[in-house]
Design a binder for this molecule. Structure first.
Ligand SMILES: *[C@@H]1O[C@H](CO)[C@@H](O)[C@H](O)[C@H]1NC(C)=O
Ligand SMILES: *[C@@H]1O[C@H](CO)[C@@H](O)[C@H](O)[C@H]1NC(C)=O
Ligand SMILES: *[C@@H]1O[C@H](CO)[C@@H](O)[C@H](O)[C@H]1NC(C)=O
Ligand SMILES: *[C@@H]1O[C@H](CO)[C@@H](O)[C@H](O)[C@H]1NC(C)=O
Ligand SMILES: *[C@@H]1O[C@H](CO)[C@@H](O)[C@H](O)[C@H]1NC(C)=O
Ligand SMILES: *[C@@H]1O[C@H](CO)[C@@H](O)[C@H](O)[C@H]1NC(C)=O
Length: 677
């Protein structure tokens, strides 16, 4: 019902041919910059973690809303993290080379995601960018440029692996996300790409600010030859003179990072237009592609849409999807912006693009100051008032007789927005049309008739993480290396199969990092993977553990873990540790400083032990191999949080038969216990 009212409202007020009070904007076919597309970023980090474990058909439906042409966001660009084993905002992503002698192009989910994107849009542009690097790349230094040839070889291997194992052609590669660049490294990377037959792979530098890269390109012609695109992050729609002087292609290679409600949608609509109008940026990439990570992690729901419930199948197609569609469905990389773009007299902006074959797409937005809640506030004037705008098409466009119209309107007073609605076509007289604009609207006016507001049946209802959850790590989806719902916050936890000489297999989850990576954020000194519902407080968690490091090894299970992402170092909760030296400890923190209990346990490396932890109200207790080891530890805070597993340091260790039962006190498993040896 509400839907119909809104459609009527839009059509009734929007268009008429003659106007008394109207500013005129002239559009002719003088071309500006080539348009490179709109993209989404998976990574930086682990932002697509939960998507992979959605059941079909929901997983494919989500991918359709993101990538399928003329359906939803219809993205032109997919940018992914080149996993570096370290925390990169909402988790870690695994490297293709954990160790120097290790190469594996089937870890994580970015390969799978790129293939799913290509399936839907074979022309989608692919970009890879590292945030972090495995320890060996720096030979012990927290610095990827100490041995630039090693780093370049490592990155080139990822691109070659994409081709060899997944038939994916990577179009662009970056340097080091939001960190300093090194001219020698960039030149070496170019050299290595060319030497490896990857001349067509272009370099973006350096996914940070406009400077100092622009100045460096102006001063160093060899560097300038190596770099194709200047990629700036969160440019606030503007650029700098030096960047323009380089005559390089300018991109907003990471942008948005805003909660994806209607304010976020409006923010994105303005960014998409004004990044070109104010800053001559020809591509804009959204961080992040899809909010598929636990919402209580940093920057919860900062994606084009939300898909963070694989257990229910529920997902939400948020407004940024439709704001993207306003541009993406009616343009393609290779179209050109016209020179005639700009601001509207009473606030807002317009851009116009052409395919050079007579097609014209105009996108108009009138976002208000309310969208200053975006991560980067807009340029003044913030205020937008109702206005009539007349567009006069000139040159070859003057013969256009009819234009298709798609409209959106946010209405903060009635809460319910109208998103991407097709309206009656506009009939033009002498190449002229007038459009009546209110605040917080977006219109696409285009010669293309191909737009579509794609729709799948509604997904299942939202539901909380299951209270009873088990994983013995035996049932695995072949495409993925990680167990469902575990979100690694430091370290990398992978499926592991121990194939013994006697032909016996054991299937476990194994923490595989043995050294601290070249980090991007402040990773913990311990490894930790969280799972479950952040609101959980009273629960039992149980897991079999196997330490591989003799004498100094240590592992834990935990409850009420209150932090993840870049603040993981200071995570608190109830941590039950056992060590290979035959002791145990209970701490209130991941760092292991705040000790609640400790004593002998008889635990050792090379044997399986079963740990169980119960937390109820302010009291916690722990069992080892079915026998109570400690009781009545007092836990005042945190009051709630995730469940977790992890290790004392960067060390090999395994986990099996994980089980959690929230909201109860019963013993979990009825399997026979391993006895302490
Ligand atoms: C991909 O690009 C080619 C060449 O420009 C074009 O013919 C084809 O229609 C495009 N495919 C899609 C799905 O856009
Ligand atoms: C087209 O528009 C541009 C930008 O406003 C202007 O500089 C140019 O003179 C116009 N060309 C014609 C033929 O009107
Ligand atoms: C516009 O684009 C469509 C679809 O790509 C194409 O068929 C048509 O020739 C183009 N030109 C005009 C003037 O419509
Ligand atoms: C727009 O034009 C209509 C019709 O001429 C007029 O009634 C209205 O007041 C105008 N609106 C503004 C903001 O000028
Ligand atoms: C804009 O946001 C402010 C603060 O959130 C709110 O008070 C105001 O009503 C909003 N404006 C409109 C037009 O809804
Ligand atoms: C593999 O299994 C064998 C036999 O149970 C055991 O001795 C060995 O420690 C296991 N290795 C690892 C890495 O789990």
């Amino acid at each position: 019902m509400a839907y119909r009212i809104h459609v009527f409202f839009l059509i009734s007020v929007s268009f008429f041919l003659v106007s008394c009070f109207s500013q005129t904007y002239y559009l002719n076919d003088t071309e500006g910059q080539v348009f490179d597309g709109i993209g989404g970023l998976s990574g930086g980090g682990a932002t697509t973690r939960l998507l992979v474990n959605y059941a079909e058909p929901y997983r494919s439906q989500i991918l359709d809303y993101l990538f399928k042409p003329n359906f939803g966001a219809s993205l032109h660009i997919l940018k992914v993290e080149i996993g570096g084993d370290a925390q990169t905002t909402d988790g870690t992503e695994p490297s293709h080379m954990h160790y120097e002698d290790d190469e594996n192009y089937f870890r994580g989910y970015e390969w799978w995601l790129m293939k799913e994107a290509k399936k839907r849009n074979p022309n989608i542009t692919l970009i890879g960018l590292p945030w972090a690097f495995p320890a060996w790349v720096g030979r012990g230094k927290q610095w990827p440029y100490e041995f630039p040839d090693i780093t370049a070889t490592y990155v080139v291997k990822w691109i070659l692996g994409a081709k060899q194992f997944h038939h994916l052609n990577i179009d662009y590669v970056g340097i080091w996300n939001e960190r300093t660049f090194d001219s020698k490294y960039i030149k070496l990377l170019r050299y290595n790409l060319d030497k490896s037959g990857l001349e067509s792979v272009r370099i973006i530098a350096n996914d940070n600010l406009w400077e100092p890269i622009s100045q460096s390109l102006l001063l160093d012609p060899e560097l300038s030859n190596a770099v194709d695109v200047i990629g700036a992050h969160y440019p606030g729609t503007t650029t700098v003179m030096e960047a323009l002087k380089t005559r390089k292609t300018l991109w907003s290679s990471e942008d948005y990072s805003t909660f994806n409600d209607d304010v976020g949608g409006g923010c994105w609509a303005r960014i998409l237009n004004q990044n070109y109008v104010n800053g001559f940026m020809t591509a804009t990439i959204c961080w992040n592609l899809v909010a598929s990570y636990y919402e209580a992690l940093p920057f919860g729901r900062d994606g084009l849409m939300t898909a963070a419930q694989p257990w229910s199948g529920n997902y939400v197609v948020e407004s940024p999807i439709w704001m993207t569609a306003h541009t993406s469905q009616f343009t393609k990389p290779g179209w050109t912006y016209l020179k005639t773009v700009g601001h509207l007299a009473n606030g807002g902006s317009y851009v116009a693009l052409t395919d050079g074959k007579g097609n014209l797409t105009v996108i108009i937005e009138t976002m208000t100051h309310n969208h200053s809640l975006c991560i980067r506030p807009p340029l003044p004037p913030y205020s937008v008032t109702s206005q009539n705008a007349t567009f006069q098409l000139e040159g070859p466009f003057s013969s256009i007789k009819e234009l298709q119209v798609w409209g959106s309107r946010f209405n903060f007073r009635t809460a319910k927005p109208t998103l991407f609605q097709r309206q009656s076509p506009l009939k033009l007289k002498k190449g002229k049309f007038t459009i009546s604009l209110s605040e917080d609207e977006v219109y696409t006016v285009t010669t293309l008739t191909t737009g579509q507001k794609g729709k799948h049946p509604d997904p299942p209802a939202s539901s909380p993480f299951p209270k009873h959850y088990t994983d013995d790590f035996n049932v695995r989806e072949a495409a993925f290396s990680e167990a469902p719902n575990f979100a690694d916050q430091t370290g990398v936890f992978e499926y592991y199969t121990n194939q013994t000489d006697s032909g016996l297999h054991t299937f476990t989850l194994r923490q595989v990092l043995t050294e601290r990576p070249i980090t991007w954020a402040a990773d913990a000194d311990q490894t930790i993977s969280v799972i479950g519902d952040y609101t959980w407080h009273d629960l039992n968690v149980e897991c079999d553990v196997f330490m591989e490091r003799v004498k100094t090894g240590g592992v834990f299970i935990a409850a009420r873990v209150d932090k993840g992402g870049q603040t993981i170092r200071s995570a608190r909760g109830v941590f039950f540790w056992v060590f290979a030296d035959g002791t145990y400890k209970v701490t209130n923190d991941l760092a292991g400083q705040s000790v609640l209990a400790e004593g002998p346990s008889g635990t050792r490396a090379g044997a399986w032990h079963t740990l169980s932890l119960s937390v109820n109200g302010q009291l916690a207790s722990g069992k080892l191999n079915g026998y109570t080891l400690w009781t009545s530890a007092v836990v005042l805070t945190p009051k709630n949080g995730w469940v977790a597993i992890g290790t004392r340091s960067f060390e090999l260790a395994q986990f099996d038969n994980f089980a959690v039962k929230a909201g109860g006190q019963e013993s979990l498993l009825s399997k026979p216990y391993v006895t302490i040896v």
